[in-house]
Design a protein around this ligand. Structure first.
Ligand SMILES: C[S@@+](CC[C@H](N)C(=O)[O-])C[C@H]1O[C@@H](n2cnc3c(N)ncnc32)[C@H](O)[C@@H]1O
Length: 222
């Protein structure tokens, strides 16, 4: 199902000429099929305590988080990363947790309430092409998009929104599961990020199981 989308993005990653005018590119993007989205009930498995044995949110995202920060967790699912992030930002910080699937947002809220972290989390159902976070423009320190980017069908729109949300000093951290996402696909995803004006920084080394990249937001000329 994602073949056209990946092929289209790969051709840009490979340095091919953009296929025509901005209008033509926008039309091509609209024509691409929807990427696969994992069924909502899979999140019961994704928050299993066993996952922590191989995937520690503190180790993966911890180095980029400080108390008091505002962190965006797009595609939050049941909150495997959201809840630890809420602990890391502390009582003065905020985690913005959004997902297109209302059932997973509801479940994330329940888990946050049970853990006593609800006050630090602004959880919302968003739309496929709208993160629904306009009031946070220019106020976000870190966007950590983890195991989720390959499900986004509108990367251009996503990166444009992230650019608006981030503070000039903010960071965008992208982590994808190696294998489930191929290196070629990851390169294509990052090419969209660069096209949106993001500046690539040294990628964190998160081992062979993960593909990772770190970006600074586009420079806004005044
Ligand atoms: C594979 S899950 C990862 C969940 C979580 N980050 C984790 O690692 O446990 C991807 C999530 O992205 C959500 N998603 C897909 N497209 C989205 C979009 N356009 N905007 C927001 N969330 C989206 C899905 O509903 C799903 O919950």
């Amino acid at each position: 199902m994602t073949t056209n989308r990946i092929a289209f993005q790969s051709s840009i990653a490979a340095g091919d000429k953009l296929p025509g005018s901005a209008k033509e590119i926008a039309e091509s993007l609209k024509a691409l099929p929807e990427p696969h989205r994992c069924p909502w009930w899979v999140h019961y498995l994704l928050v299993s305590p066993l996952r922590r044995l191989t995937e520690s949110p503190e180790k993966l995202v911890g180095p980029f988080v400080e108390p008091g920060m505002t962190v965006l967790d797009p595609g939050c699912g049941f909150g495997f990363f959201t809840l630890p992030l809420a602990r890391m930002v502390g009582a003065q910080g905020k985690v913005l947790a959004v997902d297109v699937e209302p059932r997973v947002v509801e479940r994330m809220h329940r888990r946050a309430r049970k853990a006593g972290l609800a006050e630090r989390i602004d959880g919302r159902t968003c739309q496929l092409r709208d993160l629904n976070l306009a009031e946070y423009e220019g106020r976000v320190d870190l966007v950590s998009v983890i195991h989720t980017l390959h499900e986004f069908e509108d990367l251009v729109g996503f990166f444009a929104q992230v650019a608006l949300l981030l503070k000039p000093t903010g960071r965008l951290l992208v982590i994808e599961p190696n294998g489930h996402v191929t290196t070629e696909q990851f390169t294509a995803e990052l090419s969209w990020c660069r096209l949106a004006g993001f500046r690539e920084l040294n990628a964190p080394d998160l081992g062979r199981k993960r593909l990772a990249a770190l970006f600074a937001p586009p420079v806004v000329s005044s």
